[in-house]
Design a protein. Sequence first.
Length: 392
Amino acid sequence: MKILAVNCGSSSLKFKMYEMPEEKVLISGLFERIGEKMSSYTIKLDDDKYSKEIVLPDHKVAFEILVEELKKNKIIKKLDEIKGIGHRIVQGGDYFDKTVIADDDAVSKISELATLAPLHNKAAVTGINAAKEVIPGAMETVTFDTAFHQTIEPVNYMYAVPYEWYTKYKVRKYGAHGTSHKYIASRLNSLLGRTNTKLITCHIGSGASVSAIRDGICVDTSMGLTPNAGLIMGTRCGDVDTSILTYMMQKENITPKEMDNILNKKSGLLGISGVSNDSRDIEEGISKGNERCVLAQKMYVQKIIDYIAMYYFEMGGVDAIAFSAGVGENSIRTRIDIMEGLSVLGVIPDYEANNCRGEEKLVTTTESKVPCYIIPTDEEIMIARDNYNLAK
Ligand code: AMP
């Protein structure tokens, strides 16, 4: 059965097609700058990768080209071979604790939740409607970044602000990256050979979050009402003293919209270092003796350690820790800095094993009290699996 996992952004469409239940990737690709003067797309096959420049006025045209490419590359002969389309949705609020069929009710709730994730949820609805028009026979499902975190208890999801903000405006922690944390936890449980586990999963990429997962169920996560909470990220500030915002808005006459932009796009590693949001550039800066890059890395790592320590206490221990996403999978130095910072928990890094990128691997020694693993994440396979399981 052929299933497409798609992730629609406001000007992009990322996809991966699987043969299910074998979970074989048949083709993947990315459409970019949709709606702009000139757009482009890239297609990746087993042994081939190519890009094209083309005008893509909207997501519907992108889906039409996608179908043409599937036929051209002999992935499908006829449209009705595409049995399912699973969409990634950023914000599911407290409506969704699992993947569901993208019926009218689900789509209207996703639209309603656009107040919490304006760019993402609007784009996702555009993608759902476009896919329906172009591939009407496929069963569409929606998989939410927030769903895995719906098991978090009020003590961890409420903010100490007026309670009416919650009842009137749904102000609470929803988290994000849930599909990734769920995947990482299931891999860790397979590696540990049991499911009654206490896990801390670090999804650290350009966006970054940590989750505490007990017996496969999410207990807490570091992102909040929006993704700009918790860890320091590429361009997001994460946790800050909220009074800074009103103070700076008055000092520099900054509007709420501008402040939102500063906190999401000009802060984090970029804001501290003044160099880049990319940890590769920060590491290069450190090697050249750039003091602000040194500080950015120290702050970045410290925040991750703080959250791991907090979740260690929240769960009363930890059986394994995982590093995932762009930085977690690839930054040898960041993993070492974190593991060395966890020596109080008895974590002992295996420097040789850690000297790798993007492999699923144990990176602590056999004497380490808490094993740490690199787990390359795979959100698309989770989306495809859920779609397949609902279609079966
Ligand atoms: P993601 O959002 O998961 O795609 O992660 C993207 C981020 O991963 C980049 O902005 C970099 O900070 C980081 N990254 C990717 N490759 C490397 C690498 N080889 N070494 C260090 N960091 C990396």
